[in-house]
Design a binder for this molecule. Sequence first.
Ligand code: CTP
Ligand code: MG
Length: 235
Amino acid sequence: MTVPRHFALIPAAGVGARMGAEYPKQYLALAGKPMLRHVADTFAAAQVIDHTFIVVSPDDAYVAEAMADAPYTGSGARVSILYCGGATRRDSVLNGLRTIREQVGDADWVLVHDAARPGLVVGLIDRLVHALRDDPVGGLLAIPVVDTLKRADDYGRVQATVERRGLWAAQTPQMFRYALLRRALEQSGQVTDEAGAIEALGFQPKLVEGNPRNFKLTLPHDIVQAELYLKESND
Ligand code: CTP
Ligand code: MG
């Protein structure tokens, strides 16, 4: 049996509607470089990752500039850009998987990571890969929920307190073998993450503890927090 390789697939074809910036949030400058560059630099620096594919929209007008001075693109590249994004995150990931078919084996691992999570560090990638090395299913980074959770009614009043025990908030990367992940996404409806598609096939992805710094930037006020974390980790 050959040793499985590890590929990263970064969906970066969203428009960032909730961020409300003039261009997609993955290109916003954070601590001196575009959000997407933080993510690409981290994967390029991770020894365990054989190659990284970034999925952007077919009419993307920003990625070339954002990646222009990256030392790991061009010949012998560790990172490449695929202009095959779709209407939803799931479509972008599935289009990416179809596009890389010739380069990836069925048993190779694919780590899917949001471009909107620039707080990922190499140590977390290593932790995930190590935890899933012999796993039959795969899994994801996630963090145990610490807040007390309330379910709201239609009028913004508490309907119930939700039992917190055993609840985790999903992050990315989410790591599954190529063939299983592709089959799961082909068969799924509009799931919001890869694990959801795998679960729909009856499998139970493994939860591996992530880090709050690996949060997803969604709203304008997330920028300040992210810059604080990114500047700290540069020091
Ligand atoms: N994404 C994608 N293709 C889409 C939609 C989203 O590749 N059609 C990517 C985003 O670029 C992001 C990740 O999926 O890296 C997570 O999505 P989200 O945070 O929802 O980003 P957007 O969809 O861009 O933001 P919004 O929902 O506010 O428009
Ligand atoms: Mg979205």
